[in-house]
Design a protein around this ligand. Structure first.
Ligand code: PLP
Length: 657
């Protein structure tokens, strides 16, 4: 099995880094791009950007060394941090760095002493509108001082190259760049031979609170250059960090604890906090978007805190989170590629720094990502792009992959998609809700297959006091509990494995379990992978002999019955035929938001089952989220061809009993 990282960890999609770089280059085609290494100094990012033709802005000897390790030469670097020791200037010079910024006369002198002949830029600090993470008065000189300092630099043997500024990181006001360019223009007039204007970083990205489009910032920069410099503007330089790597990163973490605090409010503790990489939540400056597998459940504000013993390790005082969130639940933090891994403390409270894993999304053309080619029907396949393989296992019964797709984390068995975070609820409700509506009682439920555990959970939510869940593949059920953001949590599964109720898991063959069963159930749910034309272990669970055995112990039997689309409906025709042979009443439910159809069978004849189901719908303890009165009626009409079809399909007879 491929090792799966423990949370918390950061995943960087290098394909997305490349796309972001291209997007910025397209928005400002005349600009020289210096990537601000501080945003994320990971070697694969530096190498990729170097290959794309970027230069680099470094803040320390450590960042110069990181660039050197990535094969980037000193002449591509600018030492942009104005706070540095003379000894560091000397070391930078020794490593081939020949461009520095400054904002004081002392710094000019120091550069001249340690790195004589270097190019220099003077950092100015107009009164920029406050950004989300502002620099305040820490850097830069008054614009009126810049010309004098640059002149002094020339006198000391340096090569004044231009003016730079930084509008503050995550700057939401595009006019800020116009102000910087306006204040820089007189310095160019005064010196006469400056060549570059460095408008810094600050380009915002859309966290939970949104941000202006990059195009608006680019327009502001371009029009300001034209307005203040006319037809011959200086060479434009940008120093982006966040906009290059921010959206390429996702932090995977986990809920450690949920409790009511002494303030009477709900507190949710994650295994990552302010010191584990989320430093930019200080003062709630950056409001990250958090995703959970329970999104869509009712949400209420909670305080979110990190795992350390520090009282400041609180991310947000109020943040809407699903009320159902529990310890062990996965949480994904989006747009987390910038200023996270590089901010993580080395060992505060003994927690290790945030590790980074790299993927390369195939859809951005970045390189080899994992593709799963899913067979749909003879001659038809569906391709899934996995940006991350979270878990891969060859169990005794199947090849299982859990991976990240554009539809969220998804489960594949032998190359077939079983469920995705995006659509799993539609599938599971379409399978179980019709049976809930047809059953006389909902106390005892038997689930065969359905390893994710969602059906068992729904049955409990519908009032079942006893759920037997039978699955032959122990390893697969455990991996699902561990890595899928829906279905059983590990804690829940452990309880179910011990039979602590209301769910009891039995790792054995469903056929044998039913054959031996002396108990009876209100509902039996059969949910294996789709029936195969070729021999497959699970095909037996579709056979008429098995259906009969289920009928003998159940009030209602419901089964995954195939797909109604014309190009894949063979297994549905088989199930349709067998259900009609086995049951007096058969109810079809075809999910038109998914691709599967389900059949429920009752041993006795029922006059108008759909009317009875409609009448019962409002009384269900489990309130379906994906089925209402209208869709219930619409979905219970089988395709016309199926209604006409009660003979054995010519292509292949149903498997023998
Ligand atoms: C000098 C300098 N340049 C560039 C950047 C990158 O800014 P951003 O990540 O907002 O693009 C920073 C960020 O602190 C900086 O200090």
């Amino acid at each position: 099995m491929r090792p799966v990282p423990q949370t918390p960890y950061l995943t960087i999609d290098l394909g997305r880094v490349r796309t972001n770089f291209h997007t910025l280059r397209a928005a400002l085609p005349d600009a020289r791009i210096r990537y601000a290494v501080k945003a994320n100094p990971a070697e694969p990012i530096l190498r990729l950007l170097a290959d794309e033709g970027a230069a680099f802005d470094v803040a320390s000897i450590g960042e110069i060394d990181a660039c050197a390790s990535a094969g980037i030469e000193g002449h591509l670097l600018t030492f942009g941090n104005t706070i540095r020791k003379a000894s560091e200037l000397a070391q930078a010079c020794a490593r081939g760095v020949r461009r520095f910024t400054f904002d004081t006369e002392h710094a000019v002198t120091s550069i001249a002493e340690q790195a004589c002949g270097s190019s220099v830029e003077c950092r100015i600090a107009p009164a920029f509108p406050s950004s989300v993470t502002p620099f305040g008065h820490k850097f830069g000189c008054a614009p009126a001082e810049a010309a004098g300092l640059l002149t002094r630099a020339r006198q000391l043997g340096l090569r004044p190259q231009g003016v730079c500024f930084h509008v503050g990181s995550q700057q939401l006001d595009p006019a800020a760049w116009e102000l910087g360019i306006r204040c820089a223009a007189p310095v160019f007039d005064a010196l006469g031979d400056l060549t570059t204007i460095n408008v810094g970083g600050g380009f915002p990205i859309a966290y939970a609170t949104g941000a202006p489009e990059l195009g608006r910032v680019a327009d502001s920069i371009r029009s300001a250059l034209t307005h203040h410099f006319g037809a011959n503007p200086p060479q434009l330089v940008v120093e982006p960090g966040r906009v290059i790597v921010g959206s390429a990163g996702t932090i995977g973490c986990e809920v450690v604890s949920v409790r009511t605090g002494t303030d009477g409010r709900r507190w949710v503790y994650l295994d990552i906090g302010r010191y584990g990489g989320l430093a930019e939540t200080e003062n709630e400056y950056i409001r990250y978007r958090l995703r959970t597998g329970r999104d869509g459940d009712p949400a209420e504000d909670a305080a979110i805190a990190g795992p350390t013993c520090d009282g400041d390790d609180v991310l947000y005082r109020r943040y809407p989170l699903p009320v159902t969130l529990r310890p062990g639940d996965r949480v994904e933090i989006d747009e987390a590629g910038a200023y996270t891994a590089s901010y993580a403390s080395v060992a505060f409270n003994g927690f290790p720094p945030l590790p980074t894993y790299f993927v390369n999304s195939a859809h951005t053309g970045g390189g080899p990502g994992r593709e799963i080619v899913e067979p749909l029907a003879p001659g038809i396949t569906r391709n899934w792009s996995l940006s991350e393989v979270i878990c891969e296992a060859h169990t005794e019964f199947q090849d299982l992959v859990i991976g990240r797709t554009d539809q969220g984390v998804a489960l594949f068995s032998d190359g077939e998609r079983q469920s995705t975070a995006f659509s799993q609820l539609i599938y599971h409700e379409a399978l179980l809700v019709p049976a809930l509506l047809l059953a006389d009682r909902i106390e005892r439920v038997l689930v065969i297959g359905s390893g994710e555990g969602v059906i068992s959970q729904l049955a409990v939510s519908a009032g079942a006091a006893h759920v037997d869940h039978v699955d032959i593949d122990r390893e697969a059920v455990r991996l699902c509990a561990e890595y899928l953001p829906y279905g059983y949590t590990m804690d829940e599964l452990r309880r179910a494995e011990k039979g602590l109720g209301p769910i009891t898991v039995h790792y054995c063959d469903g056929w044998g379990f039913v054959d031996r069963s002396t108990a009876s159930y209100d509902i039996v749910v059969i949910d294996p992978p789709d029936e195969r034309r070729e021999p497959a272990q699970h095909n037996r669970l579709y056979g008429a002999g098995f259906l009969e055995r289920c009928r003998n112990i159940a009030g209602v039997v419901v089964a995954q019955a195939g797909c109604p689309t014309l190009w894949r409906n063979t297994s549905l025709q088989w199930s349709w035929q067998r259900f009609h042979e086995t049951f007096q009443t058969v109810v079809y439910f075809g999910s038109d938001e998914h691709e599967w159809a389900f059949l429920s069978g009752l041993p006795a004849a029922v006059q108008d089952p759909i009317a009875a189901m409609s009448a019962r719908l409002p009384t269900l303890t489990h309130r379906p989220r994906t089925i209402d009165a209208e869709s219930l009626v619409a979905s219970t009409v089988p395709p016309k061809s199926l209604r006409a079809h009660r003979l054995v399909p010519a292509r292949q007879p149903p498997p023998a009993r």
